[in-house]
Design a protein around this ligand. Structure first.
Ligand code: ATP
Length: 620
C-alpha cells in the first residue's frame, strides 16, 4: 500500500510533470524495437498535423472568396484554386494518417514480443531462492498479468498523445491566424477533461492495488475448480461446495469493490463533463460576441468553428492518451520494477570456469528460507568425493532436500562455504557449475513434451558424438524403455492429455522417465531425491542397480527406504537441519543413534514373521 499512497497523492500537475518522462521512456522502447516504424509513426502524424493547418487556412480562403460580393459564378471561380489546395491538403492528411496508423500497428506486436522475451529471460535466470519470497511472486504476477502489456500501451498512448497535441497545435496555429483571442479559450476548455481523466485513472489504480490479494486468491480458486490435475481430489474429497462458497464470498467482495469504483468514477465523470460542457459553451459565446462586435469576419468565424471542432477531436485524443498513459505507465512501472528486482535476485554471470570436481566440501553451511526463524540447514560441514555414493537420511523436514539443493548450487548458503576442489562455488561461473549437476527432484514437473523430448531436455544441446548415454540407453537404465515403446507413438508420444493424441503416464512411469532424463544428462554430480518413491519393486531394483558406484560420478541419494542406502560409502543422518551422525551402514548400526532406530523400525516391518503377526493381534 506504500506505492498506492504515493499514487493517491499524485495531483494533476504531478501527472503532467511525469508525462515527458513517460514519453521519453515510450519512445526509448519503440526506438530500441524498430527505429523505422518509430520515426514513421511520429513523423507521419506530425506531417498530417501540418496538413491540417494548411487545410484550415485554405478553407478560410475558400469561404472568404465565396462570401465576397459579386455574381456567384465569379465567386466560385475565384474560390477554385483555394478549394483545390484545401482538397489536396485534406487528402494528404488522410493518406499520412493511414500510413502513420500502419506504422503504429506494426510497432505494437514487435514491442510485445520484445517485452515478453525480456520478462521470461528474467524469470528463468533468477535464483531459485527468489521464488520462496512471497513478495517476489506477487510482483511477478502483477508484472505478468498487466505490466507486460503496458509497454505497447504506452507507445500507443504516446503516438496518440503526439497525434492529439499536433492536431491541437495545428488548429491552434490556424485559429491564431484567424483570431488570437480564441486561443486561450481553446486551452481553457481542455483543463476539466484532463483533470477528470487523471482522477479516474488514479482511483482505478488504487482500487486494484487494494484488491490484488483477493484477486490472486480468486485466480487460485478458479484454477482449482477448472483444472484437470486437481479434478480428482476436488471430487474425492467433495470439495465442490467448499470451493464454490469461497469463490462466491470473494466474488461478493469483488463486486462490491467494483460497484464502489464505478460509482466514484461516474460521479467524477458527471462533474468533469458538466464543467467541460460549460467551458465549450463559453468558447462559443466568445466567438459569437466577437462576430457581433465585428472583430471577426463571417468567413473567419465559420472556419474558427471548424477549427474548434477539429481541435476538440484532437484534444479528446490527447486527453484520452494522457489518461491512459498515466495509468499504463503506473502498471508499466510494475513491470520495470520487477525486471530490476529480478536482476538483483539473479547471480551475476561470469566467474571462474570449472571442469568439475574431485571433492566437494561444505564448511559450516547454513540456510534459512526467507521469512523463517529456524534454519532449514544448520552449520553442516562434510566432504564428498567423486566416485562415491552417499546418502542423506533423516525424518521429514530434517533438511535433506535443502542440503542437497545447496550442494547442487540451486541455493546459496546464508552462511558458510561450499568448495569444489578448494574453490568457493560462489566464485565459479554459475552456468558452468550447473552443467556438472543433475538433480532428480522430488517434485518433478510433467513437461508437456514427447517422451523423447522429456529425456532429451536433460541436456538438449549435447553434441551428437559427445560422451553420455543415448536417449534409449538412459531410458533402459531406469526401466523406462519398455514402457515408452508400448506407448501409441513410442518415443514420439506426446505426454499430455490436454493435447490431441496426448497420453497420460502413471506416477511411477513418470518417475522412470524423469530418472532417465537425469541419467541422460550425464553429470558429475547426480542428486536423487526420493528417486524410487513411486516405483514398483522391479523398477526400484533396476534404478538402484544403475545408481551404483561410478568413478566419474558422485551420487547423493535421499531416501526413506533405508535398505537402499546400505551400500552407500557414507551415510549422513540429519535432524532439525543439523548433521547428527555420519559413517557407513555398519558403523552407524554399531552406534545407538537415530539411524539404527529408523533402520530397525523398517527392518521389523519386513522381517515380521507369522509369530509376530499373531502377537500383534487380528487388526494387523
Ligand atoms: N521453499 C521453502 N520455503 C520455506 N521453508 C521451506 C522451503 N522448503 C523447505 N522448507 C522448510 O525447511 C525445512 C526442511 O525441509 P526439507 O524439504 O529440506 O526437508 P526434508 O528432510 O527433505 O523433508 P522430506 O523428508 O519430507 O522430504 C522444513 O521445515 C520445511 O518446512
Amino acid at each position: 500500500m506504500h506505492h498506492a499512497r504515493q499514487v493517491a497523492q499524485t495531483g494533476f500537475w504531478a501527472v503532467a510533470r511525469r508525462l515527458p518522462r513517460i514519453v521519453r521512456e515510450a519512445i526509448g522502447v519503440a526506438w530500441a524495437t524498430n527505429r523505422f516504424d518509430t520515426v514513421a509513426s511520429l513523423g507521419l502524424n506530425i506531417a498530417a498535423g501540418v496538413m491540417t493547418t494548411f487545410g484550415l487556412l485554405a478553407t478560410t480562403s475558400v469561404l472568404t472568396k465565396l462570401f465576397a460580393a459579386g455574381p456567384t459564378p465569379d465567386r466560385v471561380r475565384a474560390a477554385l484554386p483555394a478549394l483545390l489546395l484545401a482538397a489536396a491538403a485534406i487528402s494528404a492528411r488522410g493518406g499520412l494518417t493511414i500510413a502513420a496508423g500502419w506504422a503504429q500497428a506494426r510497432l505494437i506486436p514487435q514491442i510485445n514480443y520484445r517485452v515478453e522475451l525480456r520478462m521470461f529471460e528474467a524469470t528463468t535466470a533468477v535464483d531459485l531462492a527468489a521464488f520462496d519470497d512471497a513478495g517476489f511472486a506477487e510482483e511477478m504476477d502483477r508484472a505478468r498479468n498487466r505490466g507486460l502489456r503496458e509497454a505497447a500501451a504506452i507507445v500507443d498512448g504516446t503516438v496518440n498523445l503526439v497525434t492529439g497535441v499536433v492536431g491541437v497545435l495545428a488548429t491552434a496555429a490556424a485559429v491564431t491566424v484567424i483570431q488570437p483571442i480564441l486561443l486561450p479559450c481553446l486551452l481553457l476548455a481542455a483543463v476539466p477533461q484532463a483533470t477528470t481523466a487523471v482522477r479516474m485513472a488514479r482511483r482505478q489504480y488504487l482500487n486494484l492495488l487494494g484488491r490484488i490479494t483477493r484477486r490472486r486468491r480468486m485466480w487460485m480458486l478458479a484454477n482449482l475448480m477448472a483444472n484437470r490435475r486437481s479434478a480428482v481430489e476436488v471430487r474425492t474429497y467433495q470439495m465442490r461446495a467448499y470451493l464454490l462458497d469461497e469463490y462466491r464470498r470473494m466474488m461478493r467482495a469483488e463486486t462490491r469493490a467494483d460497484f464502489d469504483l464505478v460509482r466514484a468514477q461516474t460521479i467524477t465523470r458527471i462533474f468533469g463533463a458538466s464543467i467541460a460542457g460549460l467551458a465549450t459553451f463559453a468558447v462559443y459565446a466568445v466567438l459569437g460576441s466577437l462576430l457581433l462586435a465585428g472583430w471577426v469576419a463571417l468567413a473567419a468565424a465559420a472556419t474558427a468553428l471548424l477549427a474548434l471542432q477539429a481541435a476538440h477531436a484532437s484534444l479528446s485524443m490527447a486527453v484520452f492518451a494522457t489518461n491512459s498513459l498515466y495509468e499504463d505507465a503506473l502498471y508499466y512501472q510494475d513491470y520495470l520494477d520487477f525486471i530490476d528486482r529480478a536482476r538483483l535476485r539473479t547471480s551475476p554471470a561470469g566467474g571462474r570456469s570449472t571442469t568439475g570436481f574431485d571433492t566437494i566440501e561444505l564448511d559450516g553451511v547454513s540456510l534459512s528460507y526467507p521469512g523463517t526463524e529456524t534454519p532449514a540447514v544448520d552449520e553442516v560441514s562434510l566432504s564428498l568425493h567423486r566416485g562415491q555414493v552417499v546418502a542423506l537420511v533423516g525424518e521429514n523436514g530434517s533438511g535433506k532436500t535443502t542440503l542437497a539443493k545447496l550442494v547442487a548450487g540451486l541455493y546459496r548458503p546464508t552462511s558458510g562455504v561450499i568448495r569444489w576442489d578448494g574453490t568457493d562455488t560462489a566464485e565459479l561461473d554459475r552456468d558452468g557449475l550447473a552443467a556438472h549437476v543433475a538433480v532428480m527432484s522430488q517434485d518433478w514437473w510433467r513437461f508437456p513434451f514427447t517422451a523423447r523430448q522429456n529425456v532429451l531436455i536433460g541436456r538438449y544441446d549435447r553434441a551428437p558424438h559427445s560422451s553420455g548415454p543415448s536417449v534409449e540407453d538412459a531410458a533402459r537404465a531406469t526401466a523406462a524403455h519398455e514402457m515408452i515403446i508400448d506407448l501409441p507413438y513410442g518415443y514420439e508420444t506426446l505426454l499430455d492429455r490436454e493435447f490431441k493424441d496426448g497420453q497420460e503416464l502413471s506416477g511411477g512411469q513418470w518417475q522412470r522417465l524423469v530418472a532417465a532424463r537425469s541419467i541422460y544428462r550425464h553429470a558429475q554430480l547426480l542428486v536423487c531425491d526420493e528417486p524410487s518413491a513411486a516405483l514398483d519393486a522391479r523398477a526400484e531394483h533396476a534404478m538402484f542397480q544403475n545408481l551404483r558406484r561410478h568413478p566419474d560420478r558422485l551420487v547423493i541419494l535421499i531416501t526413506h527406504r533405508l535398505a537402499n542406502v546400505r551400500h552407500a560409502d557414507q551415510i549422513f543422518v540429519m535432524r532439525d537441519g543439523r548433521l547428527i551422525q555420519q559413517g557407513d551402514h555398519d558403523q552407524l548400526m554399531a552406534q545407538d543413534g537415530l539411524y539404527r532406530e529408523l533402520f530397525d523400525l523398517q527392518a521389523a516391518g519386513y522381517l515380521a514373521g507369522p509369530s509376530s503377526r499373531a502377537a500383534a493381534g487380528p487388526a494387523s
